[in-house]
Design a protein around this ligand. Sequence first.
Ligand code: C2O
Ligand code: CU
Length: 488
Amino acid sequence: GSLVAGLAALALAGCGAIPGSVTPVDEAEFTNELAIPPLAPSRVVDGTRVFSLTAQEGATEFLPGVQTETWGFDGSYLGPTLRAERGERVAVEVTNDLGEPTSVHWHGMHLPAAMDGGPHQEVAPGATWRPTWEIDQPAATLWYHPHPHGATEEHVYRGLAGMFLLDDDASRAAALPQEYGVDDVPVIVQDKALDDDGQLEPGNGGEPGILGDVVMTNGTVGAYQEVTTERVRLRLLNGSTARTYQLGFEDLDMDLVATDGGLLDAPVRLDNVRLAPGERAEVVVEMEPGETTRLRSVEADLGNVAVPFAMGGNDAFDVLELRAADTLAPSPEPGWDASEHAAGDELDEADASVTRTFELDDSRINRQRMDMGRIDEVATVGSTEVWEVRNTVPIPHSFHVHDVQFRVLSIDGEAPPPELAGRKDTIYVEPGKDYRFLMRFDDYADPDMPYMFHCHMLMHEDDGMMGQFVVVEPGQDAGTVPGGGADG
Ligand code: C2O
Ligand code: CU
């Protein structure tokens, strides 16, 4: 429509010849050791594992000799990795040392809405917020990031993000590399646009958001990781605000072992996996002694995206080099007991009692703009629902639902490919396609506090491509949202 055409013109006007295009494959140098986010310290107080995180300002040397102003948790960029066990009660003391409100959302976590860290749980400058909840879901690679209303893109882009790893008996017993930072490596992939002074360039409003030409892993540009074992597990997180990657190895296959919500039923052999902003994948790669390989993003298959909206978002480039030592310690063939892993968490379409439909256009869901005071959907605790999501425009979107892990029932009527057959909380939604998701709202009824669903391309989210749902007891009505009416 004309809105789409107008956006295309805006996107083209705002950028140079090859917007966001990155250093081509083969020309990049990988001479910096990969930074591994430290495991966050914790203390156990009255049976609760307590972490603390402080959002703060700082400066980071992404490029040699250039200090870029950034934000981080407990440091200048990104944050420590939180780690907890299924069944454990956790608390996080979140302190805001920034000059403006922020929040911290636990992306992928099943927890009460009041603990979720969305736009209704903003933390004022100087304040500390202390959510607490019990870990009640299978082992998975989750993450955390700010979610302040209208400013999520900026806060994440400046560097506020980190991983939150969950373990359980099945994941510990799995034949998978498990030594954090050694053969079980967090890999947060992000891109930045830096200006002539080496400072972060703000977005210009062009679709699909900020596409930078500096690609980094865990904040390290041109990173390499020494490999000392036959197999290495990479926990991939697309922590970018707009760019979709399609990640695989230069000349090696990989085993996809887990997606957003945890382990698949069995490993899947793949060349590469597409990750939109917010999505995760755990992959295991096997290396020969002395071998070097690179994780790269091949030209991403964005589906039927109109050319102006791809805007270099489908460039090919290298991301991380892996260098195997001359002798490698043995690693087991990947495998685990799937029946034990997700026991009790299975979903059955026959149980679905409600179907909801969501139409995504360029910046709205069902033609509505996010309103902090409006509840868009009311789900009943214990109910299983089908959510049908359709992307009606030639613009990429990444659909995310808080609180639950869903199953993809179908894409345009077909069964999902194996990489989309596991537990998901975020998914790339191709233009023109119909997606059907199955989810269940197990507990935590609270008529007055909503969870979010939204596009995880953060410019879209900030622009209002977000809605709110509450979970209520049977027969209960939605309540009144605190801060209602405020539509920043
Ligand atoms: Cu990762 Cu509502 O966000
Ligand atoms: Cu979007």
